[in-house]
Design a protein around this ligand. Structure first.
Ligand code: PLP
Ligand code: COI
Length: 339
């Protein structure tokens, strides 16, 4: 293995040794298989390629302070993958099979789990694709479940550093009664132009409003949004955003730290009243936000004047990372230790 500069890896793709796969055919999921090849032998008319019959997940394994390997909340990802499958007419993968595949792929690629000191982690990417050759628009009969892993560093440049986000009403990632609540490839294709526009303008990500009224906050890029107002953790409730497992964990941690949690529609003007703001997700962890520039109206919502993460964001970040790296007790039962 060429040496990896663990401290300086970004959020990219570094090849690893093995991936794990499982085929759905004749109405049933088969046995897990281990592959060394990173390529798929796929029919050009496969339904995933034309009609985006594809769902995926993202979770992480961490090398803890005690040298043990910890996987964060994998059962939640298994359940969400089932929801995504139902949403786009794919067969649900049993939760136990999902967990078995995750444990297997992590163990097989153990040498790629970044060391504790690096602050990096092993990103786990499960996905299910429709493989039946079809030209008519209908669900496939055959599917492939694949899980690969790759070591990753911070998603937004700088890691736990505050960066600016861009708000524009010119883009939606999902429709009001569409598929925004599922983790499916199609949603990310819809968001590509907005994301590139935001990056070109020097922002970390695009900030979406609700697609129906353009009145409420939805989410930001590939992460949920939260704000801090006094001692309150505030996060949008919306049917067009992905139910983030990180966000749900932060709500639990916020309550545990004595904060009040409000999970409700948040009107865009309310941004004015926030003391701190952040994007959260598996990849984003907590990415604090310095300001959100509303480029349609030329207005800035500023959360950090010195460019530094605020105290509540920092406290939440330290608690979440502490549990993930085994520095803090796993009091909510979120961790699976890989033996
Ligand atoms: N929202 C979107 C659109 C995402 O892609 C992600 C990433 O998974 C999230 C939110 C955060 O979800 P989670 O915390 O479960 O990773
Ligand atoms: C994640 O946070 O796991 C994501 O999926 C975000 C992005 C890399 C798509």
């Amino acid at each position: 293995m060429e040496t990896i500069d663990w401290k300086n890896i970004g959020f990219g793709y570094i090849p690893t040794d093995h991936n794990v796969r499982c085929t759905f055919t004749n109405g049933a999921w088969g046995e897990l298989r281990t592959h060394d090849d990173a390529y798929l032998n796929l029919h050009m008319a496969a339904s995933c390629l034309h009609y985006a019959q594809e769902a995926f997940e993202g979770l992480k394994a961490f090398r803890g302070v005690d040298g043990k390997i910890r996987i964060f909340r994998m059962e939640e990802n298994a359940k969400r993958l089932q929801d995504s499958c139902k949403g786009i007419m794919m067969p649900e993968l049993p939760i136990d099979k999902f967990k078995e595949a995750i444990l297997k792929v992590v163990k097989l690629n153990e040498r790629f789990i970044p060391p504790y000191e690096s602050g990096a982690s092993l990103y786990i990417r499960p996905m299910i694709i429709g493989t039946t050759a079809l030209v008519g628009v209908k669900p496939a009969n055959e599917y492939e479940f694949i899980v690969f892993v790759t070591p990753v560093g911070p998603y937004f440049k700088g890691g736990f550093q505050a960066t600016p986000f861009m708000l524009s009403r010119k883009y939606d990632r999902a429709a009001p009664l569409g598929t925004g609540m599922y983790k499916i490839g199609g949603n990310y294709a819809s968001g590509m132009a907005a994301g590139v526009h935001a990056h070109e303008m020097g922002y970390s990500a695009i900030f979406y409003l609700d697609p129906k009224e353009k009145k409420y906050i939805d989410e930001c890029g590939a992460a949920n949004f939260f704000g801090i107002k006094g001692n309150t953790y505030l996060t949008p409730k919306s049917s067009s955003i992905l139910p983030s497992i990180t966000n749900r964990s932060l709500m639990t941690l916020a309550k545990d730290l004595g904060m009040t949690v409000e999970h409700r529609p948040i009107a865009v003007e309310e941004l004015e009243t926030l003391d701190e703001a952040g994007a959260c997700g598996t990849a984003a962890v907590i990415s604090p936000i310095t300001k959100i520039d509303d480029i349609d109206y030329g207005h800035s919502y500023v959360f950090s004047h010195d460019g530094k993460p605020g105290p509540k964001c920092t406290e939440l970040y330290n608690h979440l990372r502490g549990i993930q790296y085994g520095e803090k007790a796993d009091k909510f039962g979120w961790i699976t230790i890989v033996e």
